[in-house]
Design a binder for this molecule. Structure first.
Ligand code: ADP
Ligand code: MG
Length: 465
């Protein structure tokens, strides 16, 4: 969830401060930890320069939006300089807010090095060196996708073309796309490989039109040997981009260049996608990834711990694995949370400590059982508007208000991203959801009756699970 929040923040910051600011300053920062007791977000910057620059220029932006995303009024931000190796007591610097009580860090080598490595490992082809087949744990949930991804690296463009991998968020699709890129590059360094997310592709296309650089844009994409497009569903409803993409697909496909896609759903189910594109996406091999069962989750945790030179006892691995049922990203998040807590508070990693740290995660697990449908049902009972009303473009006062209440509850009770909520409620933009959160937070402060009403609705949603 924390990772999802940081991604949401990046999207909002992009809109507010522009993609150059985000690319230069925020993309190299990672959200290290969220401490809900002290309401503090710990961010790791790759070096002192970035840390100082963000401290001087973007504190308000961080506080405003991370505050909204975590639903906290006075959030505290602590920036850590990830490059300082041995001055352990200075690792966590209260650079933004002197009133924050800092935890005493015991060893921060692991997060620090992984952050620096991640930044450096990005190259022009956008491939992240950290995502390899070797560190992708295979299980029944992903074995076909992994096998197909590995197979195409033998002779790109000849076997499964395109390869289409779909599944819910956080299950390893991006990891596999990068692994394909890394593996092909290792076999033949002359191969031209390009990884791109579909939303970036859309942005690039828009800019190409704006600045009259369509030819350059086409050249960039048509000249690759391997094209890896992540989250292709983001080109939904973008007709002109789809047109350009259709053309690009045909050029690459006809010249036997390998194309790999990821998506959150099967090609035919992508809404707002032209039929001819749907059939192109599905004309090679389509394979899915789903959530692993306990043993694979334990294996993934062990692998992640091993990569970070940490020893993870079996009982702790099983405990963490049984706590997290949503996706691998959250599984990783739980592991980081536990190991970071032990490290920052100088305590040994024990099952008791793990239970304490994940207690809140377990509470959230209960919340996760709440899904969008539970909320919509309850809203329908309470206000008499059903899902089609909520999704509709109608904007009468009552309906708009109920839609905002729905968005607010979805964010609060499911922890899903702003984008997911917007998409579910009729393909609305994430900024509409941010606006709804603000509005409802405002009503909650002004109107105690409304506060009580909302509390009752929340209670009812939980009671009816
Ligand atoms: P998706 O693109 O499906 O949303 P990602 O590829 O970003 O998911 O995966 C989320 C995190 O989970 C990444 O850190 C990734 O390395 C990790 N992960 C997912 N599946 C596996 C796996 N089978 N083995 C190891 N790590 C995994
Ligand atoms: Mg992904």
């Amino acid at each position: 969830m924390v990772q999802g929040i940081w991604e949401d923040f990046l999207r909002i910051a992009k809109e507010e401060a522009g993609s150059r600011v985000v690319d230069t300053w925020f993309k190299v920062v990672s959200l290290y930890q969220w401490d809900s007791i002290s309401k503090t977000v710990y961010l790791i910057a790759p070096n002192a320069f970035v840390k100082d620059w963000i401290s001087s220029n973007y504190v308000d932006l961080l506080k405003l939006h991370l505050g909204r995303l975590f639903n906290i009024d006075s959030i505290k931000i602590v920036l850590i300089d990830g490059s300082k190796k041995n001055k352990k007591t200075n690792e966590i610097q209260n650079g933004l807010d002197n009133s924050v009580a800092c935890l005493v860090p015991a060893k921060l080598d692991r997060p620090k090095t992984s952050v620096v490595k991640r930044v450096r490992s990005k190259s022009k082809c956008n491939i992240n060196f950290n995502y390899q087949f070797e560190n992708f744990v295979e299980g029944p949930n992903n074995s076909l996708a992994k096998a197909a991804a590995q197979a195409i690296t033998e002779k790109p463009g000849t076997l499964y073309n395109p390869l289409f991998i779909y599944g819910d968020s956080g299950l390893g699709k991006t990891h596999l796309l990068h692994a394909v890129g890394n593996c092909i590059k290792q076999k033949d360094k002359n191969m031209s490989i390009l990884y791109q997310t579909a939303d970036r592709f859309v942005n690039e296309f828009i800019n190409a039109i704006r600045f009259d650089k369509i030819h350059k844009f086409q050249m960039k994409y048509q000249n690759v040997d391997v094209l890896l497009i992540d989250d292709i569903q983001f080109i939904s409803n973008k007709e002109q981009t789809q047109e350009a993409f259709f053309h690009l697909f045909n050029v690459l496909y006809d010249s036997h260049k390998q194309i790999v896609f990821s998506s959150d759903t099967y090609p035919q189910n992508i809404k707002g996608l032209a039929d001819r594109l749907k059939s192109r996406l599905a004309c090679g091999l389509v394979t899915d990834i789903h959530m692993p069962l306990l043993e694979t989750k334990v294996a993934i945790l062990k692998k992640k711990a091993e990569l970070n030179n940490e020893d993870l006892p079996d009982d702790i691995a099983y405990f963490i694995a049984s706590c997290v049922a949503s996706n691998i990203r959250e599984l990783e998040g739980a592991l980081i949370r536990v190991t970071a807590f032990a490290s920052l508070t100088c305590q040994p990693l024990t099952i008791e400590l793990t239970k304490r740290v994940l207690q809140r995660t377990e509470e959230k697990k209960e919340q996760k059982i709440v899904d969008f449908k539970n909320i919509v049902k309850c809203i329908n009972r309470q206000y008499n508007f059903d899902l089609s009303d909520l999704k509709s473009k109608k904007r009468n006062k009552n309906l708009s208000f109920v839609r905002q209440v729905t968005m607010f509850l979805m964010k609060k009770m499911t922890g899903r991203s702003l984008r997911d909520i917007g998409v579910f409620l009729g393909g609305r933009d994430h900024s509409t959801v941010v606006h709804a959160m603000d509005k409802i937070n405002g009503y909650l402060v002004q109107n105690p009756h409304f506060k009580e009403e909302l509390r009752r609705i929340e209670q009812e949603i939980r009671d009816r699970l």
